[in-house]
Design a protein around this ligand. Structure first.
Ligand code: N01
Length: 541
């Protein structure tokens, strides 16, 4: 099949399309748009039946983005950001999905995608220097470039609980929530206390007869203080978009925030307290940026962590329950959650905290959960909010083979080594968006995705302009990037908790930090340097 857009710059008669984009989430949609604009032919594949990626699948009650919508949105089109009006500070999943559908319509992106189609293989053909991409529908597409817009948190992990398959009631997953769920009158357990639980539990508690929250590790969570935008605010935001995007881009996390005017370790405690109160009142994920070195200085981390714990305790009436809900690892070492009325659910008679540190789950049987101490919890529904095979899961799920038939599963058996979280030595012309070792999951994912797509498109244009066929990082660049990612992580609190950041939640996954903790500006400088110096970290041929 030849793609429907022009022959494309540098298109070769031997390929079906210039670029294959895998995934129709934020990254893949922009990818198709940008590559088409550059005159390249593009085929997109998406396993869902529509666009949206994360926001297509994660439809659990209460799902919303915990990064403010005015930041968590595309910047590539000023017309788009002027026309689209966000209703709330934090958009709900339906609003985000509507936005992505609007983008797909506006830029006519759907025609480039095959939906309900998973890419199962991508094999580099050394003879022709092209990729052969295979799908679960039996289609084979030959292309020059492959873009993995497959999402860092798109492969759910089911817990290894003996007997789960024997459960007589319904098993639901937050990551694949059916449309017609009625929890009224039901006894429901939710397993896992990450963001997906923390957002859904307050709503499930309202619907169910009784909710059991099954907690293995307590979580830090900051109130969202969500609210509707008013007209004046929207007008101000729209008028200020271009400048705001530029300023946000240059921050460590890709979001604008107020900086403290004092050093937390030498400041007067009252000054510090007032500042933390102010940050708390603003709410949300930015508590991590209350001081610039929160994740790097253990003393600062402890100060902020204690402040937050005091706030959390005050939300829970029963002191014993409050104690069990308090985290026991450094602040933000696990990805911070942002909630609306989460801790308050423990003040209800129809919500019970099940603390697995006291007694674990021995097994599940038809009637419900049986704990190690022999106690039983009878249930109608078990909700799995147990997380994702983060950053590498979607890529490892494919039969991906580079030069000489090297399998990604072998390349990554000890470490997810790559260059800039973006490209892989031995896998020419393949680009990852927000891959392992990128800043993505510690930054604002949308501008991070735009940057990766733009860099990929610019690199393709460079190859074509210079009559070159392929680009891949050098082994050296890859090694030094992986070492740098680890070195920065080692200076932080991140390795001090068991998390998906560290690969801890997947059996047999190597333990290593899977993101770049050095911040956006430092990260993006590496790309700028590569482009300015003629790609010294890459081999072009
Ligand atoms: O998954 P998680 P998530 N028995 O990995 C527990 C993004 N996100 O879907 O901590 C019992 O955070 C596990 O326990 P532990 C965001 O980046 C964003 O909630 O490993 N429990 C943990 O409590 C987020 O970080 C948004 O000890 C088991 C939970 O399951 C990421 O996605 C919303 C278990 C998994 O938590 C993932 O969040 C939602 C077992 N066998 C998600 N196995 C928004 O912005 C696992 N757990 C909206």
């Amino acid at each position: 099949t030849v793609a429907d857009v022009g022959a494309g710059v540098g298109a070769d008669a031997a390929v079906d399309t210039d670029v294959v984009v895998i995934g129709a989430g934020f990254a893949g949609l922009y990818g198709v748009h940008r590559f088409r604009q550059d005159g390249l032919s593009v085929r997109g594949f998406e396993r869902g039946s529509g666009v949206g990626g994360t926001w297509f699948w994660n439809r659990y009650p209460g799902a919303r983005c915990d990064i403010e919508s005015i930041y968590y949105s595309y910047s590539f089109s000023d017309e788009l950001q002027q026309d689209w009006t966000w209703t709330h500070r934090y958009a709900t999943q339906p609003e985000l999905l509507a936005y992505l559908n609007h983008v797909a319509d506006r830029f006519d992106l759907r025609r480039s995608f095959s939906f309900d189609t998973s890419v199962t293989s991508a094999v580099f053909d050394d003879d022709t220097q092209t990729w052969v991409v295979g799908t679960d529908r039996g289609e084979t597409v030959r292309c020059r470039f492959v873009v993995m817009a497959t999402g860092p948190l798109s492969t759910p992990v089911d817990p290894q609980i003996p007997g789960l398959a024997e459960f007589g009631g319904q098993v639901l997953r937050t990551s694949d929530w059916p449309a017609d769920v009625d929890l009224a009158g039901k006894r429901v357990a939710i397993v896992g206390t990450g963001s997906s639980c923390i957002q859904s539990a307050p709503i499930i508690a309202d619907q169910a007869e009784h909710l059991y929250v099954v907690q293995r590790t307590p979580q830090f969570s900051i109130p969202a203080w969500n609210r509707a935008y008013d007209e004046d605010e929207i007008a101000r935001i729209k008028a200020g978009y271009p400048r705001m995007r530029e300023d946000a881009w240059a921050t460590v996390g890709g979001i604008l925030y107020e900086q403290p005017d004092h050093d937390p370790l030498t400041a007067d405690p009252q000054q510090r307290e007032a500042w933390l109160e102010r940050t708390w009142a603003r709410g949300g994920y930015l508590m991590i940026a209350s001081y610039p070195n929160v994740v790097f200085d253990e003393e600062v981390n402890a100060l902020v962590g204690e402040f937050v714990k005091t706030k959390l305790r005050a939300r829970i009436r029963d002191e014993d329950v409050a104690g069990r809900l308090m985290p026991t690892y450094p602040f933000a070492a696990k990805r911070l959650c942002v909630d609306t009325d989460y801790f308050e659910i423990y003040n209800r008679d129809d919500v019970t905290l099940v603390d697995l540190r006291e007694s674990g789950i021995d097994h599940v049987e038809a009637a419900g959960i049986v704990r190690d101490d022999g106690s039983r919890i009878d249930l109608d529904v078990i909700v799995l909010a147990t997380g994702f095979h983060a950053l590498t899961g979607a890529i490892l799920a494919m039969d991906l083979r580079g030069r000489g038939g090297v399998r990604i599963q072998d390349k990554w058996s000890g470490s997810a080594s790559n260059y800039l979280g973006f490209a892989l030595a031995g896998f020419p012309n393949l680009f990852m968006v927000n891959g392992p070792g990128s800043v993505g999951v510690l930054y604002n994912m949308i501008p991070a995705a735009e940057q990766h797509i733009d860099f990929a498109a610019d690199t393709i244009a460079y190859l074509d302009a210079h009559g070159l066929a392929s680009v891949e990082p050098t082994e050296d660049a890859e090694k030094s990037w992986s070492a740098h990612v680890n070195e920065v992580a080692e200076q932080s609190v991140y390795p001090k908790a068991n998390t998906w950041y560290m690969g801890d939640n997947v059996l047999g996954k190597p333990r290593e930090f899977l993101a770049y903790a050095g911040g956006g500006p430092a990260y993006f400088r590496h790309f700028a340097q590569e482009a300015a110096d003629g790609y010294p970290g890459f081999v072009l041929r």
